[in-house]
Design a protein. Structure first.
Length: 300
């Protein structure tokens, strides 16, 4: 038996494969055996309903895509009433991603969800598309540490801080999350991007700019995970352009304790289970008995 399990705070996941926020939902269960993955992460939930940005909201790029959804969601109360039951009926742990305009916003959402059966929180301090909704908390280490420590006091559940690559130096921000009491950091969120339609000379997205994701960002994501894993004692969750088990293994070797699948869900909703199976096969072939032997096993 190969032990693929990993821990985030007091949460034990059966393997290191998670589905990233905004790229999946309960409907994913129609196409993929979600009991084969470690966890699913919801689209960001805000305290009040958020309408989102003007369409078009997505567009393809070479090796990836741009999106600017604008954090559309029904607000916490409606999320708990209408959406959460479908998530909790899935056979996999549910982590709720939270975005807010203020410290109080994050804390109130965390408190409201603390008594539900969710397995933890991912705190979005890195949305590239909505001014005032989160990103302000992810750029200054002092602000991020204070926010993290306040959320820490509001919930007993594991907290993952999702970091942005759109910063000058990511290491002090990862430190701040750790010092504030986060159980893990996840990175990278999307990179700022733009696409122009040459016929109309206008942007392809209604919001003008968007967040870039997909295989084209994998080297950037690996770089940031490498930097953060060097300075963090808490688990680092790698995100960015992972489409197969080899991509996932690169992140693990560099120091990620777990990974998230994002854009790949849109073209192959079964990517998560396939990657979990691929990692297991690799371990079998290499004589790896415990995934911990692989994590951070880089030789440089
Ligand atoms: C959105 C939020 C994100 O955190 C992201 O990386 C991309 C898009 C959004 O809702 O617009």
């Amino acid at each position: 038996m190969i032990d693929l399990s990993i821990k985030i705070g007091n949460l034990k996941l059966k393997n290191p494969v998670m589905l990233a926020s905004g790229t999946c939902g309960p409907e994913q269960a129609k196409f993929a055996k979600l009991e084969k993955i470690g966890a699913i992460i919801t689209k960001s939930v805000t305290l009040n309903p958020t309408i989102g940005n003007l369409p078009p909201r997505t567009t393809e790029t070479v090796g990836g895509m741009l999106n600017s959804i604008g954090l559309e969601n029904p607000g916490t109360e409606k999320f708990i009433q209408d959406k959460l039951p479908d998530y909790l009926a899935l056979n996999t742990p549910v982590i709720v991603n939270v975005a807010a305009q203020s410290q109080e916003g994050y804390i109130t959402v965390a408190r409201k969800l603390n008594d539900t059966d969710i397995s933890g929180f991912e705190i979005n301090v890195s949305c590239p598309n909505v001014k005032g909704l989160g990103v302000e908390f992810g750029k200054d280490p002092q602000v991020l540490e204070e926010l993290t420590s306040k959320i820490r006091k509001a919930t007993s559940k594991p907290i993952i801080i999702k970091l942005s690559p759109n910063v000058t130096d990511i290491q002090p921000l990862a430190h701040a999350a750790e010092n504030g009491g986060a159980d893990a950091v996840s990175l990278i969120n999307t990179l700022y991007g733009l696409k122009i339609n040459l016929e109309t000379k206008t942007p392809e997205l209604g919001n003008i700019t968007g967040g870039l994701s997909g295989p084209c960002i994998k080297p950037v994501a690996l770089y940031y995970v490498y930097k953060v894993a060097q300075v963090c004692k808490i688990p680092v969750i790698g995100i960015g352009g992972i489409i197969n088990y080899k991509d996932a293994l690169e992140f693990l070797v560099i120091g990620a304790s777990a990974i998230q699948i994002g854009t790949a869900n849109f073209f192959n909703p079964n990517t998560g289970p396939e990657i979990a199976a691929g990692i297991k096969n690799y371990c079998e072939q290499q004589g790896v008995k415990n995934i911990q032997e692989l994590i951070g096993s880089r030789k440089f």
